[in-house]
Design a protein around this ligand. Structure first.
Ligand SMILES: Cc1ncc(COP(=O)(O)OP(=O)(O)O)c(N)n1
Ligand SMILES: Cc1ncsc1CCOP(=O)(O)O
Ligand SMILES: [Mg+2]
Length: 573
């Protein structure tokens, strides 16, 4: 078999790449273009190349899983906003393991950098050897490299222990204006590290320094800077894919742009991508560069393409900045931001959720698209009228809607329900409930099983399940549902072929149920009182469709039903 890629000793400045390897590489994202050590490349052919991409290394055959692994080679920031600490947080937040080689220890806070203590070069080498020789690093991300010597050491170790991708954040000066790398390092970066990199991520100042002090003031300047820096890319005789380098020029400091604009020059496709996001107004931007580069590295380690990785990284930073814009840490002009926004959001959604209250079952309104159409109403108007008339819980029941339309309608209804403090549940569709962050889901006996719904939605959401028998009610309790819907109590045209239980059947299920019950089916102004007059403590209310939504005034019908229900339930107590 022809070697996948080979070092061509006869022509030290040219590299030989077999057509197989070229095809494999060009069909992949740059990050998955592996480089092979000179002299070792031919041995395993395509299989080695594929294994090296990680595709064959997800599992070690004993069921142990390889996790995406980023090694950051950077400086420690005592304030933990940037440097190694930001890298650890970013990778952790994105689900990648992060190991660390510390190149310098800095004393810094939100005011600036008070001191820098470089780690001796041979000890940087020792850390690199420890991690790279043993721990299965996928992607190396570099940050503060304080000296030319450290760059040399790093490049040597990367040749000895090749990795899948190298992300270079050319840190030179901190955002507070403090120098973090000797001026001579610019040559080391340009001549040694860039040629090995898959992507370099300079901000405007760094791009200008790399290009010998060129003034960069406009988005057009960023485009030309990206192309010029790309030209500084792989020139080393040791690397086989001289088209791999990507350049991301970050426009965060661009003065006259209301958006945060970054320009990505794709080294393989020779294409530009203008990535735009809203500029978040906040002082808490310390560590954004380190975080962005680490997020790119984490996404590449997880298998994303370069463009996907950069876009995901940009989204992450934008989201983190937005959620931490008002955080106050430190007294200086540049605060750190919170990388764990998502985790916090999740915790909040679990702890600060709409707690399920069984009294919310009293007047439970279930929407119907055909009825809304018949009366010429939007779903949002229908929901709003039901709530204003006194509905205590809403369920969106859409059997035929396109998923996208359903999500859009549900999101709009969620906003209304939140503003009134009324819980909104989705009928059947757990995916839609997740997408619009609904308060819960109602499922039937042949829909997604309650334990599965619970594991997907988490502990904070409301789950209702339809039950027609005591055994089903018992199971609903065991499965962790919050309430049961019992019916059809009376005949209905709204749900075809639905067996009628009658008041006796309802009573039997209620008495067997350890969960609160809402009655459903053919219930309206004429018979709602008869349900509540059963006087069963856990029978908490009625769920209605046509009695509200197939009437001229939803609001009036809701008001009159509500007053019947409240008068009977207070009488029953
Ligand atoms: C509150 C409430 N109770 C029962 C049902 C019926 O649910 P299901 O049995 O899954 O039937 P469909 O509504 O999906 O046709 C309900 N939706 N709500
Ligand atoms: C969804 C459903 N599940 C049992 S009966 C029913 C329909 C209830 O509609 P209506 O209130 O119009 O009788
Ligand atoms: Mg159902």
């Amino acid at each position: 078999m022809a070697p996948a890629a080979f070092y061509s000793p006869s022509s030290p400045t040219r590299l030989g790449v077999s057509s197989e390897a070229r095809e494999l590489c060009s069909s992949r994202a740059p990050a998955t273009c592996w480089r092979l050590k000179p002299g070792s490349a031919g041995a395993g052919g395509l299989r080695a190349l594929a294994a090296a991409t990680g595709e064959m290394a997800q599992n070690d055959g004993l069921g142990r899983r390889k996790v995406p692994h980023v090694l950051t080679v950077a400086g420690s920031d005592s304030g933990a906003g940037a440097g190694i600490q930001a890298d650890l947080k970013a990778c952790g937040a994105l689900g990648a393991y992060c190991s660390t080689v510390i190149t310098a220890v800095t004393a810094q806070n939100t005011v600036g950098v008070q001191g820098v203590h470089p780690v001796p070069e041979d000890f940087v080498a020792e850390q690199l050897r420890s991690v790279l020789s043993d721990m299965g690093v996928d992607v190396v991300k570099t940050g503060m490299l304080p000296s030319d010597g450290v760059i040399k050491v790093l490049c040597g170790k990367l040749q000895e222990f090749p990795v899948r991708a190298i992300v270079v954040d050319p840190v030179m000066v901190s955002t507070s204006g403090d120098v973090l790398a000797a001026p001579s390092t610019i040559n080391g970066l340009r001549d040694q590290l860039f040629p090995m990199a898959d992507i370099v991520t300079p901000n405007l100042k760094e791009a200008s320094t790399i290009l010998g002090g060129l003034r960069l003031e406009t988005i057009a300047d960023m485009y030309s800077a990206a192309r010029s820096i790309h030209k500084l890319g792989p020139r080393s005789v040791f690397y086989f894919f001289p088209f791999c380098i990507n350049v991301l020029v970050k426009g965060g400091h661009l003065s006259d742009s209301s958006d945060a604009v970054d320009i990505l020059f794709d080294g393989i496709g020779e294409q530009f991508h203008e990535l735009r996001g809203p500029r978040v107004k906040t002082r808490n931007t310390h560590g954004t560069g380190c975080t962005l580069a680490s997020c790119i590295a984490a996404e590449l380690a997880k298998g994303s393409s370069m463009l996907q990785a950069v876009q995901a990284a940009k989204d992450f930073v934008e989201n983190a900045l937005f959620h931490s814009k008002d955080v106050l840490i430190g007294s200086g002009p540049q605060g750190p931001f919170d990388h764990f926004v998502k985790i916090k959001d999740h915790i909040r959604s679990v702890t600060e959720k709409q707690q399920f209250r069984s009294d919310d079952l009293l007047l439970y309104a279930i929407t119907d698209p055909r009825m809304n159409k018949r009366w010429g109403r939007s779903i949002t108007d229908a929901v709003k009228s039901a709530i204003e008339g006194g509905a205590t819980m809403i369920q969106l029941r859409e059997k035929d809607a396109e998923t996208r339309d359903f999500i859009e309608a549900a999101t709009a209804c969620m906003e209304i329900c939140r503003s009134y403090g009324v819980p909104l549940l989705i009928n059947d569709r757990v995916d839609v409930a997740l997408a619009c962050d609904a308060d819960g889901v109602h499922v039937g006996q042949s829909d997604m099983p309650v334990p599965v719904v619970r594991s997907v939605l988490g502990p904070g959401k409301i789950i209702g399940v339809s039950c027609k028998t005591p055994a089903q009610a018992e199971q609903a309790f065991i499965d962790g549902a919050d309430y049961i819907g019992c019916g059809g109590v009376f005949p209905t045209n709204t749900k075809a072929n639905n067996p009628v239980l009658g008041l006796e059947g309802l009573k039997t299920v209620c008495l067997a149920s350890k969960l609160p019950v809402v009655a459903i089916g053919g219930i309206g102004a004429g018979n709602a009182s008869s349900i509540m007059q059963l006087g069963i403590p856990n029978l908490k209310g009625v769920a209605v469709v046509s009695a509200l939504f197939d009437r001229e005034s939803i609001l009036n019908e809701a008001q009159s039903l509500k007053s019947q229900l409240t008068s009977v339930s207070s009488y029953a107590m």
